[in-house]
Design a protein around this ligand. Structure first.
Ligand code: FES
Length: 378
């Protein structure tokens, strides 16, 4: 494909991001780099690519008890806390790749997902970073209350971010990262890897103000590759500004608040040849939703699911500890078994056989008909 200027490629911010955006058959540039560094990862990506083997579902995820060895504030405003977790013995920790995350099982029973933001080469520790959100559902407040020496259970690292774009055999020879706020956490490890491998890269890092940006000191050595744009100094950036320098030889990785991620996704036409990989902080919006009900078979509780809510969101009201991760239908963490009712499956992950056996990804899938009741084996 001929190189075209960004002006010719970027679309206005309209419409919904295409469904199935996060999966493809061809490994992308960062995956090729990571694969060279950590061969195990390629097998994971091949499986998730979905040609032959059924997806691995949550039952296969191990849990390990780890100790909080260090906690430190990593923003000038003190609102982001980085925790270093170490194992209870000398066994090397499972390998991970930039973009991977952990499920952290908090003492209250809440389960939260946090991106790994340390050095994948350090097999004796994991590092996560969490922004304090008092208006949230309680996970971040609980994390900020954990003291050094406290034990927590975590899953093995899992990677849901680096899902290639459907149909795009990779032509990328350079990487462009876009991070909004705490979205820097998966990106931080990615830029380190790109730098180590000598792959050309740039980063646009946005936030409300500089004091709220985490890890600015760790990014400082990369000089002009890192473009920090804060709303108070530069105004809220447009998608075109965040995509400055992007052309069909670029793979774009974007992580941050949903409006920013959606703006970037909508600005890149599917036929542009640009690879895009994204992670939101929260679920994609429900499209064409109709209200229905969930019944928990073991206690008889009935939960209403509004037209604009996901089954997962409604279920979490009744069962706060219910497991989930990507909230976009590609990781399998939220799988539930449906005892009765007809499901409108909206994921690309479950096989027909798994669907026939009653499995449902409640983060995206819904009841087939308005007002229908799905009975879950819960
Ligand atoms: S949370 Fe990832 S598939 Fe539902």
């Amino acid at each position: 494909m001929m190189r075209r200027s960004l002006r010719a490629l970027v679309k206005p911010y309209v419409g919904e991001p295409p469904r199935g955006l996060y999966r493809a058959k061809a490994p992308d540039l960062l995956i090729r780099i990571a694969g060279a560094a950590v061969p195990h990862f390629l097998s994971v990506v091949t499986r998730l690519g979905g040609d032959t083997e059924p997806p691995e579902l949550p039952a296969a995820v191990n849990r390990t008890t780890m100790r909080i060895a260090d906690r430190r504030r990593v923003t000038a405003d003190g609102q982001v806390l980085a925790l270093t977790l170490t194992p209870l013995d000398d066994t090397p920790l499972p390998r991970w790749n930039p973009g991977a995350h952990l499920d952290v099982h908090l003492p209250s029973g809440l389960i939260r997902q946090y991106s790994l933001c340390g050095d994948p080469g350090r097999r004796g520790e994991y590092r996560i970073a969490v922004r304090h959100s008092p208006e949230g559902a309680g996970g971040s407040v609980e994390v900020h209350g954990l003291s050094t020496g406290r034990l927590v259970e975590v899953s093995d690292p899992r990677n849901a971010f680096m899902m290639p774009l459907p149909g795009s055999a990779s032509r990328a020879s350079k990487l462009h990262f876009i991070a909004g706020g705490i979205g820097i956490t998966p990106i931080l490890s990615m830029v380190r890897l790109a730098e180590q491998q000598g792959t050309p890269w740039t980063l646009h890092y946005t936030g409300r103000h500089r004091d709220a940006l985490a890890f600015v000191d760790e990014l400082a050595p990369y000089g002009e590759k890192v473009h920090v744009r804060t709303d108070d100094e530069h105004g809220v950036p447009s998608a075109a500004a965040l995509l400055d320098g992007v052309d069909p030889t670029t793979a774009v990785y974007v992580c941050g608040p949903p409006p920013m991620v959606d703006a970037v996704l909508r600005a890149i036409p599917r036929d542009s040849g640009i690879e895009v990989h994204s992670e939101r902080f929260s679920a994609a919006p429900v499209v064409d939703g109709r209200p229905f009900e969930l019944e928990l078979a073991h206690c008889g509780t009935v939960v209403g699911v509004g037209a604009d809510r996901s089954a997962l969101a409604a279920l979490r009201n009744a069962v706060p500890s219910v497991a989930y991760s990507c909230q976009q239908g590609y990781c399998g963490t939220c799988v539930q078994r449906v005892v009765s009712g007809e499901v409108d499956h909206r994921d690309d992950l479950l096989t027909e056989e798994q669907r026939r056996c009653g499995q449902m990804l409640v983060c995206v899938s819904r009841a087939k008909s308005t007002g229908e009741r799905l009975v879950l084996d819960l």
